[in-house]
Write a protein that binds this ligand. Structure first.
Ligand SMILES: O=P(O)(O)OC[C@H]1O[C@](O)(CO)[C@@H](O)[C@@H]1O
Length: 547
């Protein structure tokens, strides 16, 4: 039976039709305990969903949908290593990267736990060597600068975590990130770096991604220009990949190859050796803190009742807004610039995982799956798109992220400013500003009646716009690990409700194939006739103006 014909779905649809007039201000007025009732805590993290347009009944019906879709069984399948990634015939075992003691799933003879342990045991001494200045370049000087080269899941997580968790004080090494295929970032970075003291961390699950390999080629050529002894120069390359053969062929010494496995999806790979850059930059204890936090979230997801399960509630709210309230996008608003890259990270996690139109049974879906996830460091967003959040005519549910302890102790005052804005913005979205309030204000400002009538509709805020606030007591490795893993499980829950595979991404392949052919033709100057008019026109314009 199609999902939207099932009893739980139909019941939710009827409930939505009956509650279209739900008003948040009224809900708070009717229930003084609403904040306590509609918030959940977990080890230093609090999830406040009291400003969501839902009632107890909405939640009950959403949980009934999760039960109907056998969510609990699917959670067990995930943790038990069932091959949930059916189109690639493999399990998704990223949770094992955070818990090496309990589960052990056999994968080609060696238990997965052993594989994970082996790589962590390889990472630890390497991190010590680097951070103590014992990792030397071709002149014998210590390597001080590392350039992490990767893209998508091989870039976003480490980049997010390095910025989020750095102390603001200089450490033993500097970390730089390069992901852009156009070559601008790598060329600009190399200008400021010294080949004698710089190493490159080439991070790519496949070790074939053209964006990453083009940047790596550029970096390797730069090293070779300074040190023609290829073996010595390549000592400054570190590889992170499932593809050991390709790393060796590229010249990465086997002691500097850090493996991960096919069962770790790219956007779920921060917890694998892909996190090496975090460990190098901030210490192994920071990386292990991230793993620990994610493990706490895993246990919570696996054991908490659905009604008190944070990622389950996050996902059900997402389903509610996307499928029943028809809100096609959701905005992520962190109120610390340390989490500047969080919206980008979550955009890949959600949109690559859920951007599907076909169910696990191969049927075209009749319900929406992929919401547009976007966002920005909140205070900057306020000066760009909050106008639309407050007065635009589309409802965009928001996730505010607030941190209590200031990430920089020596600027408490500005931290207060940011927190005040975070809380005030979610309040303003909810309460809005009524016609009476606007009229009273304009009268106080001394405007005449005609002017007031003209301005009234422009100065009113409809309010009743929903948001959640996730509060972290501090921005620690544990809390960041928890936050990211909760979002992972949110995405998993949504996917199980829609019965889609969140672990493949076939939709990115066609563009890659076409661009390869086009690149070859642009290089050779070949004028192909098999393109459509627009494509041919664009290529011709480029040919005319590029040189
Ligand atoms: O780690 P790789 O193999 O270089 O891939 C990078 C990214 O490219 C994608 O395959 C999408 O193009 C992502 O899923 C992945 O995170």
């Amino acid at each position: 039976m199609k999902l939207n014909m099932t009893p739980a779905w139909q019941a939710l649809q009827a409930h939505r039709d009956a509650t279209r007039d739900l008003n948040l201000n009224t809900l708070f007025a009717q229930n003084p305990d609403r904040f306590e009732r509609f918030s959940l805590g977990l080890n230093g993290l609090m999830f406040d969903f009291s400003k969501q347009l839902v009632t107890e009944e909405t939640l009950r019906r959403l949980v009934a949908l999760a039960r109907q879709q056998n969510l609990q069984g699917r959670i067990e399948d995930l943790f038990g290593g069932k091959k949930l990634n059916i189109t690639e015939d493999r399990p998704a075992l990223h949770t094992l990267l955070r818990d090496r003691s309990i589960y052990s799933v056999n994968e080609e003879g060696e238990t997965v736990s052993h594989q994970v342990q082996r790589v962590l045991d390889q990472m630890r001494p390497f991190v010590d060597k680097v951070r103590s200045g014992q990792f030397k370049g071709f002149t014998g000087e210590a390597i001080r600068d590392f350039v992490h080269i990767g893209v998508g899941g091989s870039d976003l997580g480490p980049n997010l975590a390095c910025l989020a968790l750095e102390s603001g004080e200089p450490g033993p090494i500097n970390m730089h990130f390069v992901s852009a295929m156009d070559g601008v970032q790598i060329v600009d970075s190399l200008k400021h770096l010294d080949p004698a003291t710089t190493a490159f961390i080439i991070t790519s699950k496949t070790f074939t991604t053209i964006d990453t390999m083009a940047n790596a080629d550029r970096a390797k050529a730069w090293l070779l220009a300074a040190c023609p002894d290829a073996e010595k120069a390549c000592r400054q390359l570190i590889g992170i990949s499932v593809n050991k053969q390709a790393m060796s062929a590229y010249g990465v010494a086997s002691s500097q190859q850090f493996e991960f496995w096919h069962w770790v999806g790219g956007r779920y790979s921060l917890w694998s050796s892909v996190g090496l850059s975090v460990a190098l930059y901030l210490g192994m204890h920071t990386f292990e803190g991230l793993l620990h936090g994610a493990f706490i979230a895993d246990q919570h997801f696996r054991t908490a009742p659905l009604e008190q399960n944070i990622p389950v509630i996050m996902a059900l709210l997402h389903v509610w807004y996307l499928n029943f309230c028809k809100c096609g996008s959701r905005v992520v608003l962190p109120y610390t610039s340390c989490l500047k890259y969080l919206p980008d990270y979550l955009q890949q996690l959600e949109m690559e995982s859920c951007g599907k139109s076909v169910s696990n049974d191969g049927e075209w879906l009749d319900v929406e799956t992929s919401a547009v996830i976007w966002g920005e460091f909140g205070p900057n967003g306020q000066h760009a798109f909050y106008q639309s959040l407050h007065q635009g005519n589309q409802m965009v549910p928001a996730d505010f992220i607030m941190v209590c302890k200031p990430p920089r102790a020596d600027n408490y005052d500005q931290h207060l400013l940011s927190v005040a804005n975070c809380v005030a913005q979610s309040q303003a979205l909810m309460t809005g500003k009524s016609e009476e309030d606007v009229r009273a204000q304009l009268q106080r400002e001394g405007l005449d009646e005609e002017h007031i009538e003209r301005l009234l509709p422009h100065r009113m805020y409809p309010g009743n716009r929903p948001s959640s606030t996730i509060v972290l007591d501090e921005l620690s490795p544990k809390n960041l690990g928890m936050l990211l893993a909760l979002y992972e499980h949110k995405v998993f829950t949504q996917s199980m409700i829609w019965n889609i595979n969140p672990f493949d991404q076939w939709g990115v392949e066609l563009g890659k194939q076409l661009s390869k052919r086009m690149y070859d033709e642009l290089q050779s100057g070949d004028t192909s006739t098999h393109y459509d008019g627009s494509t041919k026109g664009l290529m011709n314009i480029f040919r005319t103006h590029s040189r």
